[in-house]
Design a protein. Structure first.
Length: 437
């Protein structure tokens, strides 16, 4: 099974391209943009402003939306009726851009899109497929072209459908939608870190299809073969445990199934490997994006299913992906300290509030994990203990309404449990914040 994500701005030709590639590969094509267009169409038909977040969110309960596939073609039913090409009008395109910036709409469609990719080989196009919808896709392509080239294509497409529109109007709407899609707070249209960038401004359609097939053959097959976690774990886990003299304690505290957040103290970059090699159940890590660029470390991180984090700002995509992974029944590991702290007493370090935020949004229990080694520093052949504590029930975290203060206090509570596992000094009894995420 292979999952192919094609992202990019409007008018780059994603949908037409994805259909052609799907036909050649014999897989399912999912036009995610059509789903947003259909919701935008509904709002326009019922006199609801696509920018009115409250009204749009409330209206999501007033209609039914079904995604079907007939002879390999996607069909969208709005209240039981096929929307056809009515969703391709310029005003519907703008409405789609507006509703897609609303969190409730994206959440409404998330499961529908992911569930399709769980049981089928798919090629899916949109604006946040590789970053949010399918962050673990085997192949990610960001398709783009100059605004002028994209406006010309869209203008010709609309004229061919009998739509009387001017090039200037199409270009103006194209630029406005680009600005909306790339700057919105929720799931902006930006390339995934591991996406292949493809500018087809000066390429014919046939040349673009050929290039995409080439990218898939080059990247997809090798990634599909390497995407078995247990195969990778069996090869690398034993050597990691041996050379780091790992002693695993409390492995019985890891439930056999269900979504949980694991939280550990952070000594060095190799923490992810020590913990991953100590647990046969796959653990998904939130790791800074720079680690993925290291020749040997990067491939192992990807095979272990790590989630990239851009520490330069609020990485909404990584946080959201982590929450969804937990809700889907995965173990997700984070480090409340945020930064590595070799040789430093854990209780003296600064905490981020991400652990509390994710636990609240995912509604999950938390498993504390303690990495214990002499003087909090790794050394060749020095014994390291990986201690898994009993899950902390979500009810104990004091998370009721959310917010910065609750997230901070929940994170401190979690970290105190981590410290107690290792017999480390407790956190200072201070109400002062240890930092925000």
């Amino acid at each position: 099974m292979v999952r192919i994500a094609i992202d990019g701005p409007g008018g780059a030709g994603k949908s037409t391209l994805a259909k052609a590639v799907a036909k050649q590969l014999g897989i399912i094509y999912v036009d995610t943009g059509a789903l947003y267009r259909t919701i935008g169409l509904y709002m326009l038909r019922h006199g609801i402003s696509p920018r009115d977040e409250a009204a749009v969110s409330a209206a999501l309960h007033d209609f039914t939306l079904e995604l079907r596939f007939s002879e390999g073609k996607q069909v969208i039913l709005l209240d039981g009726l096929d929307v056809g090409d009515t969703i391709r009008a310029p005003e519907v395109s703008m409405a789609a851009s507006d509703v897609s910036a609303i969190g409730a709409v994206r959440q409404y469609l998330l499961d529908m899109q992911r569930n399709t990719a769980k049981t089928n080989s798919v090629i899916m196009d949109g604006r946040d497929i590789g970053t949010v919808i399918l962050p673990d896709a085997e192949v990610k392509i960001f398709l783009t072209a100059s605004p002028e080239a994209r406006a010309r294509r869209r203008h010709l497409e609309l004229l061919a459908r009998g739509k009387e529109v001017s090039y200037d109007d199409v270009y103006r709407e194209m630029v406005e939608r680009d600005r909306n899609d790339s700057t919105r707070a929720i799931a902006p249209c930006v390339p995934a870190e591991d996406a292949v960038l493809l500018d087809n401004s000066d390429m014919t359609f046939e040349e673009t299809v050929y290039k995409v097939i080439e990218i898939i053959k080059k990247n997809g097959k090798s990634k599909v073969k390497k995407n078995s976690y247990m195969r990778t774990w069996a090869v690398v886990a034993a050597p990691i445990r041996f050379f780091n003299r790992i002693k695993v304690i409390g492995l019985e505290n890891i439930p056999e199934s269900g979504g949980y957040m694991l939280a550990a103290n952070h000594i060095a970059a190799k923490d992810v490997f020590l913990i991953g090699a100590s647990c046969r159940r796959q653990i998904r890590f939130i790791a800074k994006k720079e680690l993925f660029k290291i020749p040997i470390v990067g491939p192992i991180m990807r095979s272990f299913g790590a989630v990239k984090l851009d520490r330069g700002g609020n990485d909404v995509a990584a946080i959201r992906a982590s929450i969804e992974l937990i809700k889907e029944g995965n173990l997700v590991m984070i480090f409340p300290q945020g930064h590595r702290n070799p040789g430093v007493e854990p209780a003296t370090t600064e905490l981020k509030s991400g652990a509390g935020l994710i636990a609240h949004r995912a509604g999950c229990d938390v498993i504390p994990v303690c990495l214990r080694t002499k003087k909090h520093r790794y050394s060749l052949f020095r014994k390291t203990e990986v201690i898994f504590g009993k899950p902390i029930p979500h009810a104990e975290l004091g998370l009721t309404h959310g917010g910065g203060d609750e997230y901070r206090k929940a994170t401190e509570y979690i970290f105190a449990r981590i410290l107690s596992l290792g017999g480390f000094a407790p956190l200072p009894t201070s109400s002062e914040s240890k930092g925000d995420n």
